[in-house]
Design a binder for this molecule. Structure first.
Ligand code: ATP
Ligand code: ATP
Ligand code: MG
Ligand code: MG
Length: 879
């Protein structure tokens, strides 16, 4: 078996609209191609032994053991690899289910598509699955040690990619609210929402977190002072920089017991509590200075009590957790060491923040605490005796949390909400030490020890005891209050021909609303009137650039086949999805071999339209009309023919459509015809002579209308859109040469040829075509091009590209001429291989009133040749 390619899809795709995360592996089965599993001795047995849990894969039989029975009866290796790749991920703790395997048009080569959770892990699973299957074929088994290593690697990859517990919680909530999210390029920030509606997160900091509030919270002395001045109880304490000052400081706070901690610490680093002697104090001072960047140390009175974290979001108290430091509870038999090991065996405990709880690590501080009690790790604790192993209750040092949200006293609640405002934090974690949170602090000597910006959510979401609290919900509610949008409208355009034209026109129409439009096309990415990036930007990366841009109010996205195939759509859903047409082009690339497969691929866009949105479908293209069955959204049809039956049926039932009737581009809504504009007043339609441009204009107008753009603005958009040479070089660029006209177009497949023909045939005078075809097309494609040309032009000059793409010079021209002769025995044509020479000849000999149509290899070279002849500005079209 040989892996030919592994692709990672991230949005709605050819394989599934709903499952966005799919790995597609192109796999050559080589020697295994002719061998179903039933003919490989020992394979079934070996597979069951290696992965017994495959029994849970239902597969096509739809019951437990279904897949394994297929292996027993005989299935092909690609299919087995798919199931193994899924199962490996499952065993590593990633929940996946979707998979499909298809043979390609190359016999023995398969496409194996399966779901993933983490990209890297998914790609790893693909390779590991092939390895596993190969090993079982060759040796009848896959060593358990190898499998264990695979699973460990998969887990490591997943852990490396995981976002941290607080972020994870917030993203889950965002997804539940259908708020889209992206990774930001920098600083592990997350973008929620699209375009102008976006908000940012970094762990539990938001783009609303005030920098002043965050800095104040990080300054423990400043915080304490602010709170003390506002009458909030805080520990009595003082700040020192030298050991000399320690004794005086201790006296000042009222003597022992005291606490010593670094001014700028966190996670309990460098802190010692419940200090009762000078000796301990000296040692604690050292620990604190070492942990402080500024060597500033806080000396505080020690307040006895339990440690609580109070979470306030957007001014409201959301959750209260009591935090208990890492500890061991005796049973009268086990040593402290054994008790810790026992505790750490809890599957809920992991390393760092990667699980609900963190394993207890014995460190210098734990040893010191034990020492102070006269204990060691070998001490056997009495039944029920609690021995703490940390001073501080951070979850990340092995502590646990108990939910106390419902117990907090109303006065404390009021105080907490007030503190969040005093410090100025939208998400605020307040550390409270008090013997009993259900009593007012004032009554039992409770204090606010610290205020935290970016507080962790783990202790509230997964407390060890008590009710888990959805603390992410109020954060999302703050960022995106119910009823406010998180998504800008997305209008996407696909089809074989006319995408760029329609996208540009649609963007131009939408601009009439005064909004900032971000759009992507084959020639570049644009925001408003400016270009962001030149180049073929019709894939998901460019789309993402627009969706991530904080100035964009509406996205209009040319969405080409290549990007959908390579990585799926850049968005989970869109508001308007236009499918212009499906015809034979790009077949044979990326395992899309038939026009039906091409239609399925383009249908991904139509099927990704939101239920409330519109799929805009070409009623005259049967392959596009077929998509209607799979679409979940509303549908609107466009047609050049007002009598088109599909469209008529649709509007008769109250549906929406657009047609070309009596020289007008019109919207049809139920019984009503809303005339937008006469084609002669829409420059793009070349005074109404170019039928396919009318069709593109209908699609764009209908798309805009379905998304709420008023008719008047659609009209002014249509009337003011010029497909100028500068804007769209090579797209129906018409030049008035004085006595004749010249047209440069990039038509490169039969359908666009046909479309161009529609315009040329409407031309009132003589027509001369300067044509050629890329050498990498099939012979019959070139002949066909010749045939089409013979039916379109009065005279033809056949030329060739400089780049013959592997053909001998003259060979492509030969097949084109053959086509011309076949279609019309008396056709007027000649061959001038050199493109420049061919163009010059045509322009030199153009009769008055004629149209010279140039289909060049290089658009800019052709346009240069024409511009040297100084074309006139206006008027452009002879009527
Ligand atoms: P974190 O980053 O986890 O918030 P930190 O390093 O910022 O910790 P503090 O929050 O100041 O340190 O203190 C950690 C814990 O130590 C407190 O939550 C509290 O349990 C205890 N503590 C700190 N100061 C006192 C005090 N004066 N009296 C009693 N306990 C205290
Ligand atoms: P590409 O795949 O190269 O990006 P595109 O789909 O973006 O192409 P356009 O750039 O808008 O298409 O147009 C390219 C050419 O296709 C036009 O110059 C014209 O010859 C032809 N064309 C445009 N619209 C249509 C249409 N609706 N039907 C058929 N052909 C069309
Ligand atoms: Mg703290
Ligand atoms: Mg294009």
């Amino acid at each position: 078996m040989k892996i030919l390619k592994i692709q990672t899809l991230r949005g709605p795709n050819y394989w599934s609209i709903r499952r966005h995360k799919v790995i597609v592996m192109r796999l050559d089965l080589e020697d295994l191609a002719p061998k179903p599993t039933s003919l490989i001795p020992g394979f079934y047995q070996g597979l069951v032994e290696a992965l017994p849990s495959l029994v849970d894969h239902y597969c096509s039989p739809g019951c437990r053991g279904g897949f394994l029975s297929r292996v027993q009866e005989g299935t092909y290796m690609g299919h087995v690899v798919e199931h193994v790749a899924l199962e490996l991920q499952e065993l590593a703790g990633m929940i996946v289910g979707f998979g499909r395997t298809r043979e390609t048009s190359t016999p023995g080569t398969y496409q194996v598509a399966f779901e993933y959770v983490d990209e890297q892990a998914g790609r790893y699973a693909a390779r590991a699955a092939v390895r596993l299957c190969r090993s079982i074929v060759d040796t009848g088994r896959y060593p358990a040690s190898e499998l264990e290593q695979d699973l460990q690697d998969l887990k490591d990859l997943a852990a490396k990619a995981s976002l941290g517990p607080s972020t994870e919680t917030l993203i889950k909530e965002a997804e539940a609210r259908e708020i889209p999210w992206f990774h930001s390029s920098a600083r592990s920030m997350i973008q929620l929402g699209t375009g102008i509606y976006q908000k940012r997160l970094q762990a539990t900091l938001t783009d609303r977190s005030s920098i002043l509030g965050v800095e104040l919270a990080c300054d423990k002395e400043g915080t304490k002072k602010t709170l003390r001045d506002a009458g909030v109880p805080v520990p009595r304490g003082t700040l020192i920089h030298y050991l000399d000052e320690l004794q005086e400081a201790i006296d000042e706070v009222g003597g022992y017991p005291i606490v010593i901690k670094p001014l700028d610490g966190n996670h309990g680093r460098g802190i010692t509590i419940d200090i009762n002697s000078w000796e301990e104090a000296e040692e604690a001072y050292d620990a604190a200075t070492t942990a402080s960047k500024t060597r500033s140390v806080i000396v505080e009175r020690y307040y006895k009590g339990r440690d609580h974290r109070v979470l306030v979001v957007n001014g409201k108290l959301i959750a209260v957790a009591e935090r208990v430091p890492a500890h061991a509870i005796g049973n009268g038999k086990s040593t402290i060491q054994e008790l810790i090991e026992e505790t750490n065996r809890d599957p809920n405990r992991g390393d760092g923040h990667d699980n609900v709880l963190t394993r207890i690590q014995v460190d210098r501080m734990s040893m010191q605490i034990l020492e102070r009690k006269g204990y060691s790790l070998d001490t056997v604790l009495k039944e029920g005796e609690v021995c703490y192993l940390r001073y501080t209750a951070n979850l990340s040092t092995g502590g646990i949390a108990i939910d106390r949200t419902d117990e907090i006293h109303p006065e404390n609640l009021w105080m907490a909400e007030r503190i969040a405002k005093l410090i100025g934090l939208d998400i605020c974690g307040i550390d409270v030490v008090t013997p009993d949170i259900s009593q007012p602090l004032r009554e039992n000597d409770g204090v606010i020890v610290e205020v935290n910006a970016a507080p962790g959510f783990r202790m509230h979401v997964c407390p060890s005891q008590g009710l888990p609290r959805n603390v992410a919900a109020p954060v999302m509610e703050m960022l995106f209050p119910t009823g406010t949008p998180s998504r800008i409208p997305i209008l996407a355009v696909t089809g074989t021909n006319g995408k760029t034209t329609t996208t540009r026109l649609l963007a131009h129409i939408y601009k009439q609303t005064g909004k900032t439009i971000g759009y992507t096309t084959t020639d570049g990415t644009y925001i408003g009137d400016f270009i962001v990036e030149k180049g073929d930007n019709t894939g998901p990366q460019s789309a993402e650039l627009i969706l991530k841009d904080p100035t964009v109010e509406v996205a209009v996205l040319e969405t080409a086949r290549g990007g959908i195939l390579r990585s799926g759509l850049a968005f989970d859903r869109c508001d308007v999805g236009v499918v212009l047409n499906v015809s034979a082009d790009h077949l044979g690339i990326g395992d899309i071999d038939t026009i039906e497969q091409m239609a399925t691929l383009k249908s991904v866009l139509a099927e990704s339209v939101d239920t409330k949105g519109y799929a805009i479908l070409n009623a005259e293209d049967p392959l596009v009309v077929k998509m209607a069955k799979r679409v979940k959204s509303q549908i609107a049809y466009f047609s050049m023919d007002p009598e088109n039956e599909i469209l008529q049926n649709h509007v008769r039932n109250g549906g929406l459509g657009a047609v070309y009737e009596n020289g007008y581009l019109s919207i049809i809504k139920g019984d009503w015809t809303l005339r937008i504009e006469q084609a002669v007043n829409v420059p793009l339609t070349m005074a109404g002579l170019a039928p396919f441009m009318i069709a593109n204009a209908l699609a764009a107008a209908l798309a805009a209308y379905s998304n709420g753009v008023p008719i008047e603005q659609i009209r002014s958009g249509l009337a003011s859109f010029e497909a100028s040479v500068a804007q769209t070089p090579g797209r129906m660029n018409l030049f008035n040469m004085g006595t004749y006209h010249a047209l440069v177009d990039y038509a490169h497949n039969p359908a666009s040829y046909e479309a161009l023909g529609g315009f040329v045939r409407n031309w009132p005078g003589e027509t001369i075509g300067v044509i050629g075809g890329p050498g990498d097309r099939r012979d019959e494609d070139l002949t066909n091009l010749g045939k089409l040309s013979a039916e379109i032009f009065n005279q033809i000059i056949v030329k060739e590209d400089n780049d013959t793409r592997g053909r001998p010079r003259g060979n492509a021209a030969h097949f084109i001429c053959e086509g011309i002769a076949q279609a019309n025995g008396s056709a007027a044509y000649q061959t001038i291989i050199n493109e420049t020479e061919a163009i010059e000849t045509a322009l030199n000999s153009a009769p008055s009133g004629s149209l010279v149509v140039i289909l060049p290899e290089s658009v800019s070279r052709a346009i240069n040749l024409i511009e040297k002849r100084k074309p006139l500005e206006e008027p452009r079209i002879p009527l």
